[in-house]
Design a protein around this ligand. Structure first.
Ligand code: HEM
Length: 95
Protein backbone atom coordinates (compact mmCIF):
# COMPACT_ATOMS: atom_id res chain seq x y z
CA UNK A 1 0.00 0.00 0.00
CA UNK A 2 1.01 3.56 -0.70
CA UNK A 3 -0.36 5.85 2.02
CA UNK A 4 -0.71 9.48 0.95
CA UNK A 5 -2.16 12.61 2.50
CA UNK A 6 -4.07 15.02 0.30
CA UNK A 7 -5.12 18.54 1.28
CA UNK A 8 -8.84 19.29 1.18
CA UNK A 9 -8.49 21.63 -1.82
CA UNK A 10 -6.63 19.00 -3.87
CA UNK A 11 -8.83 16.02 -3.09
CA UNK A 12 -11.15 16.40 -6.05
CA UNK A 13 -8.19 16.64 -8.46
CA UNK A 14 -6.51 13.67 -6.81
CA UNK A 15 -9.60 11.47 -7.13
CA UNK A 16 -10.16 12.69 -10.70
CA UNK A 17 -6.57 11.76 -11.60
CA UNK A 18 -7.36 8.18 -10.59
CA UNK A 19 -10.84 7.93 -12.03
CA UNK A 20 -9.80 9.43 -15.38
CA UNK A 21 -6.49 7.66 -15.77
CA UNK A 22 -5.24 5.37 -18.49
CA UNK A 23 -4.56 2.39 -16.28
CA UNK A 24 -1.47 0.30 -16.97
CA UNK A 25 -0.98 -1.72 -13.81
CA UNK A 26 -3.37 -4.47 -14.96
CA UNK A 27 -0.85 -5.33 -17.71
CA UNK A 28 1.89 -6.15 -15.18
CA UNK A 29 2.83 -9.79 -14.59
CA UNK A 30 1.67 -11.04 -11.21
CA UNK A 31 -0.84 -8.19 -10.64
CA UNK A 32 -3.78 -9.38 -8.54
CA UNK A 33 -5.91 -6.29 -7.85
CA UNK A 34 -6.15 -2.59 -7.01
CA UNK A 35 -8.24 -0.35 -4.78
CA UNK A 36 -8.08 3.34 -4.03
CA UNK A 37 -9.36 3.87 -0.49
CA UNK A 38 -10.18 7.16 1.25
CA UNK A 39 -10.13 6.97 5.02
CA UNK A 40 -13.34 8.23 6.65
CA UNK A 41 -13.04 11.71 8.19
CA UNK A 42 -9.39 12.03 7.25
CA UNK A 43 -7.08 13.41 4.56
CA UNK A 44 -5.55 9.96 4.12
CA UNK A 45 -5.80 7.74 1.04
CA UNK A 46 -4.46 4.22 0.62
CA UNK A 47 -3.51 3.06 -2.86
CA UNK A 48 -3.77 -0.66 -2.33
CA UNK A 49 -2.34 -3.03 -4.91
CA UNK A 50 -2.18 -6.79 -4.55
CA UNK A 51 0.43 -9.00 -6.14
CA UNK A 52 1.00 -12.72 -6.55
CA UNK A 53 4.51 -12.37 -5.15
CA UNK A 54 7.05 -9.74 -4.04
CA UNK A 55 9.15 -10.08 -7.21
CA UNK A 56 6.17 -9.14 -9.41
CA UNK A 57 5.48 -6.04 -7.30
CA UNK A 58 9.14 -4.99 -7.40
CA UNK A 59 9.39 -5.48 -11.18
CA UNK A 60 6.29 -3.28 -11.68
CA UNK A 61 7.51 -0.62 -9.23
CA UNK A 62 10.89 -0.36 -10.97
CA UNK A 63 9.58 -0.59 -14.54
CA UNK A 64 8.00 1.47 -17.31
CA UNK A 65 4.37 0.69 -16.42
CA UNK A 66 4.82 2.43 -13.05
CA UNK A 67 6.35 5.48 -14.80
CA UNK A 68 3.47 5.62 -17.27
CA UNK A 69 0.95 5.65 -14.42
CA UNK A 70 2.74 8.47 -12.58
CA UNK A 71 3.34 11.02 -15.32
CA UNK A 72 0.97 13.52 -13.74
CA UNK A 73 1.54 12.71 -10.11
CA UNK A 74 4.97 14.14 -9.35
CA UNK A 75 4.29 15.70 -5.97
CA UNK A 76 1.54 17.98 -7.28
CA UNK A 77 -1.41 16.36 -5.60
CA UNK A 78 -0.29 14.62 -2.44
CA UNK A 79 1.88 15.43 0.54
CA UNK A 80 4.27 12.68 1.46
CA UNK A 81 4.00 9.04 0.59
CA UNK A 82 4.63 6.04 2.78
CA UNK A 83 4.91 2.62 1.18
CA UNK A 84 4.02 -0.29 3.45
CA UNK A 85 4.38 -3.84 2.20
CA UNK A 86 2.63 -6.80 3.81
CA UNK A 87 2.65 -10.54 3.24
CA UNK A 88 -0.79 -12.16 2.93
CA UNK A 89 -0.96 -14.88 5.59
CA UNK A 90 -4.58 -15.89 5.04
CA UNK A 91 -7.34 -14.73 2.71
CA UNK A 92 -10.97 -15.76 1.98
CA UNK A 93 -13.48 -14.82 -0.68
CA UNK A 94 -17.24 -15.43 -0.60
CA UNK A 95 -18.27 -18.99 -1.48
C1 HEM B 1 4.45 10.61 -3.89
C2 HEM B 1 4.24 9.44 -4.50
C3 HEM B 1 3.01 9.10 -5.28
C4 HEM B 1 1.93 9.88 -5.64
C5 HEM B 1 1.68 11.35 -5.32
C6 HEM B 1 1.03 9.04 -6.41
C7 HEM B 1 -0.16 9.45 -6.97
C8 HEM B 1 -0.83 8.73 -7.96
C9 HEM B 1 -1.83 9.25 -8.87
C10 HEM B 1 -2.41 10.68 -8.84
C11 HEM B 1 -2.21 8.23 -9.68
C12 HEM B 1 -3.28 8.29 -10.79
C13 HEM B 1 -2.61 8.22 -12.15
C14 HEM B 1 -2.08 9.53 -12.70
O1 HEM B 1 -2.46 10.63 -12.28
O2 HEM B 1 -1.22 9.45 -13.59
C15 HEM B 1 -1.46 7.05 -9.28
C16 HEM B 1 -1.59 5.78 -9.80
C17 HEM B 1 -1.20 4.63 -9.11
N1 HEM B 1 -0.30 4.61 -8.07
FE1 HEM B 1 0.66 6.18 -7.33
N2 HEM B 1 1.55 7.77 -6.47
C18 HEM B 1 2.75 7.77 -5.80
C19 HEM B 1 3.57 6.67 -5.62
C20 HEM B 1 3.10 5.36 -5.70
C21 HEM B 1 3.73 4.20 -5.13
C22 HEM B 1 5.06 4.20 -4.40
C23 HEM B 1 2.89 3.13 -5.40
C24 HEM B 1 2.99 1.68 -5.03
C25 HEM B 1 3.71 1.25 -4.03
C26 HEM B 1 1.77 3.65 -6.15
C27 HEM B 1 0.71 2.90 -6.63
C28 HEM B 1 -0.13 3.31 -7.65
C29 HEM B 1 -0.99 2.45 -8.45
C30 HEM B 1 -1.16 0.93 -8.30
C31 HEM B 1 -1.65 3.28 -9.36
C32 HEM B 1 -2.65 2.85 -10.44
C33 HEM B 1 -1.83 2.67 -11.69
C34 HEM B 1 -2.60 2.16 -12.89
O3 HEM B 1 -3.83 1.99 -12.84
O4 HEM B 1 -1.93 1.88 -13.89
N3 HEM B 1 1.92 4.99 -6.31
N4 HEM B 1 -0.62 7.40 -8.24
Amino acid sequence: MNVVHVKEERREAFERAFLGRDSHVHKADGFAGFELLRRDESDEYVVLSRWNDAASYEAWRDGDLFKKSHRHAEGELAEGSEVRTYAVIDSRVPA
